[in-house]
Design a protein around this ligand. Structure first.
Ligand SMILES: NC(=O)c1ccc[n+]([C@@H]2O[C@H](COP(=O)([O-])OP(=O)(O)OC[C@H]3O[C@@H](n4cnc5c(N)ncnc54)[C@H](OP(=O)(O)O)[C@@H]3O)[C@@H](O)[C@H]2O)c1
Length: 179
């Protein structure tokens, strides 16, 4: 069965964005050519899921270039958010298990990228619907911001690979231990 993978960049102190939803600490960081190419990861993805805040951030910051053009996107929200014309985007709400099943079916055997943010990833993790984390940890501390995975229960992880890049960033792939 396809996995739900939370592929995300995080600061050393565990934030995926600063308190103003800015990603300057990430954009300014030269990851280097030994990082796993984004395209290699993206080839494994058949659908994406993201929360309302992340979706709104993307629409505000790159209105012209929807980054997930070739795969269906499921936006979890209680709001009637606007959808750019012609994009394969569906607004969904309800139990994480239901949304995960819908996205898995749409992914046609490929994995589902749980884009984030933290709140949405935590919701899926708490429902045992998150199988893997692919985290790129940037060597920067920002003191406050949007947390990586604010779960309300302990999530045990089994490391799969860990790679320290020449830039000082660390790629960490972990499986979520069930039970
Ligand atoms: N560093 C990175 O690689 C990275 C990756 C992704 C995101 N980010 C950043 O993370 C920030 C946003 O993260 P966040 O944790 O604050 O928010 P988020 O997870 O993107 O969105 C949370 C919102 O999604 C809606 N939602 C979630 N689950 C739902 C469900 N089951 N049913 C209905 N609605 C549901 C709710 O909004 P409503 O009820 O209002 O609809 C909830 O408040 C942004 O700044 C973004 O740029 C960074």
């Amino acid at each position: 069965m396809a996995d739900l993978v939370y592929y995300v960049a995080v600061t050393l102190d565990g934030y995926i964005a600063d308190s103003d939803h800015k990603l300057d600490w990430l954009m300014a960081f030269p990851l280097g050519d030994d990082a796993t190419p984004y395209d290699d990861f993206y080839r494994t993805v058949g659908a994406v899921i993201m929360g309302a805040e992340t979706y709104s951030w993307i629409l505000e910051n790159s209105p012209e270039a929807w980054p997930y053009a070739n795969v269906p996107a499921f936006i979890v929200t209680h709001r009637s958010l606007s959808i750019p014309e012609g994009k394969n985007i569906t607004l969904v709400q309800g139990a994480a298990s239901m949304v995960a099943a819908q996205a898995r079916m749409a992914a046609k055997g490929k994995d589902v990228w749980l884009v984030g943010g933290g709140k949405t990833a935590a919701l899926f993790a708490e429902a045992d619907e998150l199988q893997r984390l692919f985290i790129t940890q940037i060597p920067v501390v920002i003191g406050a911001g949007i947390p990586l995975l604010p779960v309300s229960k302990v999530l045990n992880l089994k490391p799969v690979t860990q790679k320290v890049l020449k830039s000082g960033a660390v790629e960490l792939v972990c499986d979520v231990v069930v039970g």
